[in-house]
Ligand binder design. Structure first.
Ligand SMILES: Cc1cc2nc3c(=O)[nH]c(=O)nc-3n(C[C@H](O)[C@H](O)[C@H](O)COP(=O)(O)OP(=O)(O)OC[C@H]3O[C@@H](n4cnc5c(N)ncnc54)[C@H](O)[C@@H]3O)c2cc1C
Length: 400
């Protein structure tokens, strides 16, 4: 067993951590306060290869492995969860889904511009009446010649206003419930398609979160991702990829608030000593350090499984559940350690607390992951092979 990163991972980590420190950290607080999406980061992330980090070079990606995707997510969320969300949604939920389920023609036409960052993707599964209960979604897709006509709405969609390609899920056969769901790639500009932003969120203020409205949107059959009725499986496999980025990202959030807390606790004095010398403060610092390591080990195990081409739904769910709750606790303790200054925006730790709550809700709430883990532990759940599994990482193929 070898826990060390290989040289390529070290390079990716150094490059993206430098980028996060120099390009994101200095400005993200302002974007957050002003509830503005940092559009200027997209071409910069594209230039770094981050927008398609784990997609093969032949499809416009950087040709790196799945562990690199985790490294990128960790480094970006150290700066802000909103920026990591861009990777989770654009790459893990949208581009990787085309890579996993798309035809060769779709990979050339849709994946390549996504992987280079020329186009941005989003993922529309949730509706106002259907979140955890995906099968309750009401959007419909009706076949009309070589096209489908889509009607319905999507809610809480990250990058809804930013994306060029919108991967949405609609029922082609409502009577079949989750077996009647199909995935479609909508393109900005299609008649009947509109999007808007949701304001007044608790966190991720620098992210674009919005809605999608589909009013008789005509989508050619060549934009159907997977077969009719396969949409639920497509969505769940996409979540296996995105939950991984959320888990790794949450580790980066823990690292950020831990660093701030270590610094502050060795500066601030009460009762004649540094607050770091008070054992109750040390307890909070120790918990952050422990949880950072556990969260890191959990996401890295998932990255390793993905590289081997081994199904990882259980391990990904564990990593996501643990890391997002640990990030929430760490951010809350960081605010506590900073006292009143933690409660103000001055030290930035309150931003991590606000952002951390979102991650315990999206990509499966904590309760949904607890239920899932119980069914695995009880032996009631077994993952069946998918028609299209995420391919194992093969450096020769990826970099050719
Ligand atoms: C910032 C943000 C970004 C998002 N981005 C996207 C996106 O890009 N694309 C997208 O499709 N969606 C997105 N979402 C939506 C997100 O995936 C849903 O909010 C999430 O799945 C939960 O659904 P819900 O909000 O409808 O809550 P509900 O499903 O209504 O749940 C409400 C509460 O009930 C609990 N609950 C529900 N069912 C059970 C059960 N069986 N047992 C025990 N407890 C249960 C939940 O855990 C929760 O506490 C985003 C959400 C947020 C907050």
């Amino acid at each position: 067993m070898d826990f060390a990163f290989i040289t390529e991972h070290e390079m990716v980590q150094k490059t993206v951590r430098d980028f996060a420190e120099k390009e994101i950290r200095p400005v993200i607080g302002e974007y957050d306060r002003e509830h503005k999406y940092p559009h200027f980061l997209l071409p910069k992330m594209a230039e770094l290869g981050v927008m398609g980090i784990c997609i093969p070079v032949r499809y416009g990606g950087a040709g790196m492995d799945y562990i690199s995707l985790g490294i990128v997510s960790e480094a970006l969320e150290w700066a802000d969860a909103s920026v990591r969300e861009t990777i989770a949604v654009h790459l893990a939920l949208n581009a990787m889904t085309v890579f996993q389920w798309g035809t060769e023609e779709q990979k050339q036409r849709l994946l390549a511009p996504l992987a280079t960052g020329a186009k941005v993707g989003c993922f529309g599964l949730t509706e106002s009446g259907a979140g955890s209960d995906v099968a309750a979604l009401k959007a419909t897709a009706r076949k009309d010649g070589d096209d489908y006509i889509l009607d319905g709405e999507k809610m809480w969609i990250t990058l809804a206003d930013v994306a060029d390609y919108l991967l949405v899920f609609a029922k082609t056969d409502p009577a079949k419930k989750h077996r009647g769901i199909t995935a479609f790639m909508l393109e900005r500009g299609m008649a009947g398609l509109s999007t808007g932003a949701i304001e007044d969120k608790m966190g991720v203020w620098a992210s674009n979160t919005g809605w999608i409205a589909m009013n008789a949107v005509r989508v050619p059959a060549r934009n159907r991702i997977g077969e009719e009725g396969e949409g639920f499986k497509v969505a769940m496999s996409a979540l296996d990829n995105a939950r991984y980025t959320v888990a790794a990202g949450a580790s980066g959030g823990i690292r950020a608030v831990m660093e701030a807390s270590l610094r502050y606790s060795q500066e601030r004095e009460t009762f004649g000593k540094k607050i770091a010398e008070h054992q109750l403060v040390q307890q909070m610092l120790a918990k952050m350090a422990l949880n950072y390591d556990i969260a890191t080990l959990l996401w890295q195990r998932v990255g390793w499984l993905k590289n081997q081409g081994v199904r990882n739904t259980r391990e990904t769910s564990q990593a996501k559940w643990f890391a997002t709750e640990a990030a929430w606790e760490a951010a809350s303790d960081a605010v506590q350690i900073h006292g009143a200054y933690g409660f103000s925006a001055e030290y930035g730790v309150e931003r991590y607390l606000r952002n951390a709550k979102g991650a315990a809700i999206y990509e499966g709430t904590t309760q949904i992951h607890q239920l899932l883990q119980a069914t695995y532990a009880l032996g009631w759940r077994r993952d069946k092979p998918l028609r299209c599994e995420l391919p194992a990482y093969d450096p020769e193929y990826w970099q050719e």
